[in-house]
Write a protein that binds this ligand. Structure first.
Ligand code: NAP
Length: 311
């Protein structure tokens, strides 16, 4: 009998506990699922973790074989010096479908110019016929689990999709770029730019005055990735001078976004409160159970984080 520690958001235990129980039973794993006050750290075999849970010091968990994150982004745990166990991040079909729906909705909103009509409440019969998707360039920065799924869906709708990643990739229907030159080419085609990169030192301020200037004039930015990706002052300047027409931001350097932050009041910015994609207990529990099965069987785990790379 394994002992699992649920160290996710306390309020989500009621949703995760039955989902984990069912997934573990289906995977043939006998386990009890406890909360931090229910067992000494030294009895724990696996830690199911989220940064909004109660654990930040992993030293008591002397027997733990792995830390299994409920979040896709691991920037708040990857550098934790007390973490000596393997760390796996969450890749979940629920999370993926949620992100695909959010990104597709926001891309279509920008592509069709929906705001023009939604916010008009005076008689003004101005017809602005949008181009077809095949005439619109969309660029995805990040072609991982989420970026590749979004890029593929957008290509399926007919958009001209370019993707950019650290390592070269080949994805049917997507023009794939990588490296510094690739970034320049990807930005130049980005009438709509979507950022689905992790928060690492290398991605911080990737969108700055210089790179924003490489976008087509009047580009739209959608950031469901991480707040660190964008130099905030440079974005505000680019919005104010028309280089960027509009930005919809789901993630921020500080969350909740402070009430006095200029993003709230800026007419070119839509603030979305980190709801682009949520881990779904039913599907996430299956990923956790499968990884525990793999660790117990001595098989390579899924979605192992490269601690040096940071994602
Ligand atoms: P992933 O599978 O790890 O993919 C990350 C992608 O970014 C990969 O294509 C990777 O390139 C690329 N990348 C990383 N560093 C790079 C660099 N320095 N230069 C160029 N490309 C780089 O991650 P994911 O599951 O798709 O998730 C992406 C991010 O979405 C997460 O890290 C998280 O921050 C965010 N997220 C947000 C929400 C939300 O609700 N807003 C929900 C879930 C996740 P390689 O393929 O070459 O490694």
């Amino acid at each position: 009998m394994l002992t699992l520690l649920y160290a996710g958001a306390p309020g989500a235990f009621a949703a995760y506990e039955p989902a984990l129980r069912e997934a573990l039973a289906t995977a043939g794993i006998a386990a009890r699922i406890l909360r931090p006050d229910e067992a000494p750290g030294a009895e724990i075999d696996y830690i199911i973790y989220a940064p909004n849970g109660p654990v930040s010091d992993f030293t008591p968990f002397t027997r733990a074989k792995a830390v299994l994150s409920l979040w896709a982004g691991v920037e708040r745990v990857v550098g934790n010096p007390t973490l000596t166990q393997p760390l796996c991040r969450m890749v979940d079909t629920g999370l993926e479908r949620g992100m695909v729906e959010w990104v597709t909705g926001q891309v279509l909103r920008a592509h069709l110019g929906l705001d023009r009509y939604i916010h008009r409440h005076t008689p003004h019969w101005e017809r602005v016929v949008p181009p077809l998707a095949s005439e619109r360039g969309v660029t995805m920065l990040g072609l991982g689990a989420l970026g590749a799924a979004c890029a593929t869906t957008l290509a399926g709708l007919g958009f001209r999709v370019t993707g950019w990643s650290r390592r070269p990739k080949a994805i049917p229907g997507i023009t794939c770029e990588s490296g510094a030159e690739g970034l320049r080419a990807a930005l130049a085609r980005a009438e709509i730019l979507v950022t689905l990169l992790p928060n690492t030192p290398q991605t911080t301020d990737l969108l700055n005055a210089e790179t924003l200037a490489q976008l087509p004039r009047g580009a739209v930015i959608l950031n469901p990735g991480r707040g660190n990706l964008i130099d905030e002052a440079a974005l505000l300047a680019a919005l104010d001078n028309g280089q960027v027409a509009q930005a919809t931001l789901d993630v921020f350097r500080s969350e909740p976004l402070p009430p006095e932050h200029p993003f709230w009041a800026h007419p070119g910015i839509t603030v979305s409160p980190h709801i682009a994609a949520e881990t779904r207990p039913a599907t996430a529990a299956q990923v956790i159970a499968e990884n525990i099965r793999r660790f117990e069987a001595g098989e390579p785990p899924l979605h192992l984080v490269d601690r040096a790379r940071g994602y």
